[in-house]
Design a protein around this ligand. Structure first.
Ligand code: FPP
Length: 248
């Protein structure tokens, strides 16, 4: 089951839930290596973690969860590993299609889907179509996604519109540019979490992360739990977000 049933009683919370959390699901390979397993076993375990964390986010009332599932650079991995990740995505999309009507969750994709298999692309179109009917918790899955690629595409689209006489270069502002990105209409992430001990952005949500708070932890993604997520939310609330202003 992709999304488990909602808890009967909402939990009492020490900290409010951020509206939008984004996660770089990193460390699957190292998790598998530590156990003498193939890297693909790490991705399987990582998928289960995704399912648990997405369910938890929905249950605590989060509005948006964005996860980095496959980057534009991940094609450099072995054919076997790429196939394993794609097959996990397919499995979860099939489950989602069966259950979205009941769970009213929405799935959306950020990335260039022209490069993925027609079968997987068709599944993303089906989940997109079901999602349009609802307005609750939304999971954005970054698939063949790169932040620079996203910005280039948006710039190209704006140039195309200018060349077609639909707008003028001087009319472009930050809000207008945001509307040309995969994340159009979705608020920027408040909190970006990267497990596995790596302390870098890796081409993830470059435009949207301008004012996001980052949370890094050594825990590998397959070991990431709702308790770890709560630690990140707590740390987020201890930060002093000034958006370039001065504390009053
Ligand atoms: C990064 O860990 C992880 C990935 C590139 C793949 C993430 C994919 C999944 C969790 C499975 C499918 C997703 C969904 C939404 C069902 P890594 O392999 O780079 O780990 P390493 O740095 O330890 O080698």
């Amino acid at each position: 089951m992709l999304f488990q049933k909602k808890n009967a009683a909402p939990l009492k919370r020490a900290y409010p839930v951020p509206e939008h959390v984004a996660i770089i699901m990193d460390g699957n390979g190292r998790w598998a290596k530590k156990r003498g397993l193939p890297r693909t076993a790490g991705h399987s375990a990582g998928s289960e973690t995704f399912r648990r964390i997405a369910t938890y986010c929905r249950d605590i009332g989060m509005r948006y969860l964005t996860v980095y599932a496959f980057s534009t650079e991940n094609w450099k991995r072995s054919e076997e590993e790429v196939a394993a990740i794609m097959s996990l995505l397919k499995k979860y999309l099939l489950e989602a299609i069966d259950e979205m009507e009941e769970d009213h969750i929405r799935l959306h994709f950020f990335g260039d889907l022209s490069a993925i298999s027609p079968e997987l692309r068709e599944l993303t179109q089906r989940t997109d179509a079901i999602s349009e009917k609802y307005d609750g918790f939304q999971v954005n899955v970054c698939l063949n996604y790169g932040g620079r690629d996203e910005i280039c595409r948006a710039a190209r689209e704006f140039a195309r519109r200018c060349a077609a006489g639909e707008c003028k270069p001087e009319e472009l502002d930050e809000n207008g540019f945001s509307e040309l990105l995969y994340s159009a209409g979705i608020p920027d992430p408040d909190l970006i979490i990267r497990p596995s001990g790596e302390v870098r952005i890796s081409n993830f949500l470059l435009w949207q992360s301008a004012y996001a708070e980052y949370y890094f932890t050594d825990v590998l993604w397959p070991d990431f739990t709702p308790q770890e997520l709560e630690k990140a939310i707590e740390a987020f609330h201890r930060r002093d977000r000034r958006y370039g202003g001065v504390k009053r």
